[in-house]
Design a protein around this ligand. Structure first.
Ligand code: HSE
Length: 403
């Protein structure tokens, strides 16, 4: 089977290297073309800056899109599908936006569109989710979806290093996106969560404007130390729940007691969990970022196509309503401003440098936090597990509260 790779960055190179390995060559996979931009040097004979040469080549069976970003990735994926090529991509940003369009184009052209590497790097998460859905309704998904932010939080906690020191290290290791703000501001998690929710609920999330996303850009070493002193680790979590015809989703820093699986997910690892009605809770753990784990998932898709292993069919046509009220949590907020009155309906109380907010919906919490960030760019918030000792007595009356 002949494969064209679009892009020769972290993922493209990884796929090329794995295909070159002897045991994979016995599977009869070879690289026919590598698309590179005109400005790049042609260091391998297969390299070309001409996408039409690739899609018009009758010998090429599969196109692996590893360019990243939205355009021209979107245009090239459609072009390849419409020229009868199977397409595999690890590009979560483009899939989150165009999953239905790509799936419809693949169906119309009788080819496959597979994207295992887009969520969870090397973890067979999409495959696991699709397998669960053969039997179950999946009514919640939750987890650590971003290797870079996990690496940063883990290193800050283990070595007491500062945020910026650890971010540079994550970039050197090839975990971070070209623009690492996607990793630290939660956008990358949001993309992966949308793809997972689309598959789980068979929906097509298009309006992302209401999706509550808060990243780890503002976390300080002193926050990490305070959480640790109280027996917690902080993780950047993506979470979605479904109830009847409603669903919610949220991306936010969340505390976990030190004995939990989440708290013990190190380095660039991801931990993604689903809840199905007969399987119960199912956890998926592995390296969520990095050249070879991600490329490994791409090559698994290549082998599935070669072996004609079909993935679950979804039409993404279910209509469901996003509800910002579905989930309520306790939160800690750190701000230099006096913001307690904004939370007057949620029994705010003080705990060290933090304001404790009780039982507020995720939608309302993020709406208020957005307004705080306009006056205090360094403000930070973290969601607490239920019944956390840090929340104190959640029955605290409004009179006792600091508002
Ligand atoms: N930047 C991403 C991460 C790469 O750190 O998880 C894998 O999707």
């Amino acid at each position: 089977m002949k494969v064209a790779i679009l892009g020769f960055g972290t993922v493209g190179k990884g796929v090329y290297e794995i295909i070159k390995k002897a045991n994979i060559q016995t599977q009869n996979l070879s690289v026919s073309h590598i698309f590179i931009r005109k400005s790049r040097e042609r260091i391998l004979p297969q390299m070309t800056p001409d996408i039409d040469e690739i899609v018009n080549d009758d010998q090429t069976d599969v196109v692996v899109e590893a360019l990243g970003g939205i355009e021209p990735a979107h245009e090239f994926i459609l072009k390849a599908l419409n020229h009868g090529k199977h397409v595999i991509t690890a590009n979560k940003a483009v899939i989150a936006k165009y999953l239905k369009e790509f799936t419809d184009a693949a169906d119309a052209n009788n080819v496959k569109f597979y994207f295992e590497a887009s969520v969870g790097g090397g973890i067979p998460w999409i495959q696991g989710l699709e397998k669960a859905l053969r039997i179950d309704s999946v009514n919640s998904i939750s987890g650590i979806f971003n290797g870079t932010s996990n690496f940063i939080l883990d290193q800050m906690s283990r070595n007491g290093q500062s945020f910026s020191e650890v971010l540079s290290k994550a970039q050197e290791l090839g975990y971070a996106e070209a623009d690492p703000s996607a990793d630290i501001d939660g956008i990358d998690v949001a993309n992966k969560l949308c793809i997972s929710a689309d598959i789980a609920y068979n929906i097509n999330i298009q309006d992302r404007s209401k999706l509550p996303v808060f990243g780890i850009r503002n976390i300080k070493s002193s926050d990490v130390k305070f959480f640790e002193k109280n027996g917690y680790s902080v993780k950047l979590i993506g979470q979605t729940h479904q109830k009847g015809n409603k669903f919610d989703y949220v991306v936010e820093p969340t505390l976990f007691l030190n004995h939990t699986l989440e708290a013990n997910t190190p380095d660039n690892y991801n931990l993604i969990s689903l809840n199905g009605d007969t399987i119960g809770k199912l956890d998926f753990f592995g390296q969520g970022a990095g050249m070879f784990p991600t490329a490994n998932a791409v090559v698994q898709d290549l082998l599935d196509i070669k072996e004609e292993k079909d993935h679950l069919k979804r039409d993404f046509n279910n209509e469901m309503e996003y509800s910002p009220e579905l989930t309520k949590n306790d939160y800690l907020v750190r701000s230099n401003e006096n913001v307690a009155s904004l939370f007057k309906d949620y029994a705010p109380s003080k705990k060290d440098d933090y304001l404790v907010i009780h039982q507020i919906s995720t939608g309302e919490m993020h709406r208020i936090m957005k307004s705080i960030l306009k006056v205090d760019h360094a403000a930070f918030m973290v969601s607490l597990p239920s019944n956390s000792s840090l929340a104190g007595d959640s029955s605290i009356s409004k009179q006792e509260a600091v508002a």
